[in-house]
Ligand binder design. Sequence first.
Ligand code: ARE
Ligand code: CA
Length: 470
Amino acid sequence: MRRIAILVTAALLLTGCSTTTTFDGTGARSDVGIQLFQWNWDSIASECTDVLGPAGVAWVLTSPPQEHIMGSAWWTAYQPVSYQIESRLGTREQFAAMVTTCHDAGVAVIVDAVINHMTGQDSGGTGWAGTEFGHYDYPDLYTEDDFHHCGLSDSDDITDYSSAGNVQTCELVNLADLATEKSSVQETIATYLNDLRSLGVDGFRIDAAKHMPAADVAAIVDRIDGDPYIVQEVIRTDGEPIQPEDYLGSGDVFEFGLAYQLVTWMKTGSLDSIATVGSYGFAPSEQAATFVDNHDTERNRQTLSYRDGAKYRLATMLLLASDYGSPVLYSGYAFTINDKGLPLDADGTVSDVSCVDQRDSYDDGEWVCQHRWPGVLGMVGWRSAVGSAPVHDEWSEDDAYAFGCGELGYVIFNASDAVVENDFETSLPAGDYCNVAAEGCDVVEVAADGVLSVAVPPWSAVAIHVDSRP
Ligand code: ARE
Ligand code: CA
């Protein structure tokens, strides 16, 4: 399997500067990914060309691309009816064109692979592309024998997360649970994933990986052509028998523990804790995909989200400055009702994305585009510029935290309602720098003795690096 190339020694991993990582094979300058939730294929293509490629973002994670059930909720995408690449987000042709366009922009494409289950529709129905299905019957793919009926609860639904058998062979919210231990099922799933590979797809998010034994996931991943990047969704919850570490043999894992920890750090102002993240018992840095929120957690409110405004932006920038893991940005749409999907075009497809500027509140269905908020993409550049330079000139006081990375960069975070004003000792060459944590090139000056005298506004950051000078 293709791994993100880690060019840093383990000794440096806990020191605080970002790793010099590149996402192999695309020419991307960073290890940073972005989940574009419910963005249609045409809009992802434009974003790759106009924004993500130029900013050095390594890869995009798409929403599930396969045929899904009808209905207006966003989560219809997580109920596969067939493996045709036809969905509300676009046609197979549009999908293939998007992959090509993103590659041309130096951005890899990772697809959300829903392979633990099919639909949760008791009486079946007709899918988006016209496929007729039953709950346990999907033409040319699966019949009754290809599904689990766990018999461990009345409804066959998952009722007990403290039992691995219950979690892996019962149904996650009534979703028909594939018998992923069967080699014929593994083969059918792999045929789908290899079809995506033939369109140029670089890797996969394995949805609901926790609900498949790690050995089943490994067997499926083994059947995928080439060396795709694999990042698995295994939600870390204390006390459960199935943990993210069980899946490291097949690829990376999303580290939910850090997303939860960021909520605490932002609340207590203890941002310097990020320097000791290696001691929290999370997945090894080189296999951890880190994030502030995703489409589930912005709904169940277990993490920060766009609703937290400046606090969310600051957490995102902190994550980008950390050498622990590889950050995955998130970009979605505003909502007040969890289930609600986007307003649709007359033909039922999801409209093209049109980003709105950052504000205090949004109307339902507006594209928040939090990745375009001031400083976020600037910090992607900062991360690439400082590489594996050692951390020094660390400083922390009250709710503020600052550090330098060799002679390459310096960053100050302020998690308080007050302005933080100080003379920061840096090791940077004297002269003017752009504050890349702000909009445009906001100029700050490093004096001859390396001192940076700045006032950092509440809930924001000042970040400078040698590759961004006016
Ligand atoms: C919808 C309806 C259901 C209905 C079902 C079938 O909401 O009422 O029964 O359809 O018709 C998404 C939505 C679901 C939706 C589903 C299918 O979130 O609401 O159901 O699509 O359309 C667990 C899993 C984890 C999973 C989360 C949500 O372990 O894998 O639950 N996350 C992924 C995706 C989701 C997606 C699915 C899986 C399904 O990211 O977006 O669901 O493909 C503890 C445990 C966690 C557990 C968590 C919540 O923290 O440790 O493991 O997460 O509780 O139960
Ligand atoms: Ca299962």
